[in-house]
Design a protein around this ligand. Structure first.
Ligand code: F3S
Length: 412
């Protein structure tokens, strides 16, 4: 691979050990994928930010890089961690795990990361410009960066994200190249989703068909930010999609021709009522109507979602014994506090949980402690992963139905 002077010096160890090791990883990666050169990046979103994922070995590696003077070059945010950093005791996350999470977070921050433990870095300072090369982890964030922001990222894991942050470069292959960004599967949406939950259902259905191919949607050009977030998260869950286009809406799809790169689609898909019902049925796996827990905010909820939740809780209370977790970034919670939304939600009996989620937290311990076995959610991503990851029985539906289940303890 062709390296510039700075990259060669990093490889030779002239910029310190952390950059040397990082550049070695990136060069090997580039060689595996046939990259011709490195490209500079403007931001990183770090995948290995939960100790549940990084483990002891990952935590030690990050601490070692920090101790050796490693410094992050671009803006770097942290993905969701394993606990709420401000109030780990409230939920009862194990103490040893909380301590290890603090060690990991501190080591990342020592190197310059922003302690924004969330899967929605685009609600923070980490908003790359269209066309910018970035190195993001977390499937829902990756697909949002590529599709909605028009930035360019591959699916970066913990070690490659760390290497990219330390050097400010990634090898140029995959979604960094124009030829890999054209649409492959044309999706004609006849049953247009009407809320964020329905956008998740659409993404779930299409993701199963696309695998890692790029879908191009026709008919949903009025989708809003939160809806795009849910669509992408679901596409990246049932499939391995890292990029989608919506004709007339997303930055690389002003026309169908532009979205398809001038080529014909490999496959055409119709999404109608029948397909929506099929996807809904697959995501609703609970054997009965019993509800122990309600989780909203996968990906983490925006301030608009918190407004909608507070509105639904204004005159209602969570049934005794039911846990309701509203997942949101710490900065969004602060804003919601100022707007009086936190008070309404907490007085209703729900908890606002920051920095983590039920997939990246040690839920086995929490479930055993509190006797939790069934969860309702409006997130197709969560409905897809919660059964396999923790054995949850899942009820999947609109925000209104989820809040109703929190109030009654039953899924209707
Ligand atoms: Fe975010 Fe966790 Fe869902 S990281 S996308 S809330 S699985």
């Amino acid at each position: 691979m062709e390296l510039n002077q700075e990259q060669k010096e990093m490889l030779e160890g002239k910029h310190g050990d952390p950059k040397k090791k990082a550049m070695e990883i990136l060069v090997q990666l580039g060689e595996i994928y046939g990259a011709k050169r490195m490209v500079p990046i403007t931001s990183v979103h770090m995948a290995g930010s939960s100790v549940v994922v990084a483990g002891k070995a990952g935590t030690k590696l990050v601490e070692q890089m920090a101790a050796q003077g490693g410094e992050f070059v671009p803006v770097t945010t942290l993905n969701s961690g394993a606990c709420d950093m401000a109030s780990p005791g409230v939920i009862g996350f194990p103490e040893d795990l909380v301590k290890m999470q603090e060690r990991l977070t501190n080591a990342y921050c020592e190197m310059g990361a922003i302690s924004y433990h969330s899967c929605t870095p685009y609600y923070s300072d980490n908003v790359p410009k269209p066309g910018a090369h970035v190195a993001w982890g977390e499937s829902s964030a990756i697909i949002f960066a590529n599709s909605v922001l028009g930035a360019r990222t591959n699916r970066e894991g913990g070690p490659t994200g760390l290497a990219a942050a330390l050097t400010g470069y990634v090898p140029e292959y995959g979604f960094h190249l124009d030829e890999n960004r054209r649409g492959q599967v044309l999706v004609k949406v006849e049953e247009v989703p009407t809320d964020i939950n329905e956008f998740g259902t659409l993404g779930y259905y299409v993701g199963q068909i696309c695998g890692d191919r790029v879908p191009v949607f026709l008919g949903i050009e009025k989708a809003k930010m939160d809806e795009l977030k849910m669509l992408g998260a679901a596409l990246a869950s049932s499939g391995a999609c890292a990029l989608f286009h919506i004709v007339g809406l997303t930055p690389e799809a002003p026309t169908l021709e532009a979205a398809m790169g001038g080529l014909e689609p490999e496959q055409e898909v119709i999404y109608g009522l029948e397909q929506k019902r099929e996807a809904m049925a697959k995501l609703n796996k609970a054997p009965n109507d019993h509800v122990d827990m309600v989780v909203i905010g996968c990906p983490h909820a925006s301030i608009s979602e918190l407004q909608a939740i507070a509105e639904l809780f204004k005159t209602r209370r969570v049934k005794k014994g039911i846990q309701v977790w509203i997942l949101t970034p710490v900065t969004t919670k602060a804003l919601a506090e100022r707007m009086g939304l936190v008070k309404i939600i907490e007085e209703a009996g729900a908890q606002i949980v920051c920095d983590t989620c039920i997939i990246l937290a040690p839920m086995k311990e929490v479930m055993a402690k509190d006797g939790l076995s069934s969860v309702s959610t409006n997130s197709a991503k969560l409905a897809h992963y919660a059964p396999g990851q923790w054995g949850f029985n899942v009820h999947y539906g609109s925000l209104e139905r989820c809040i109703e289940s929190a109030v009654t303890g039953r899924w209707k």
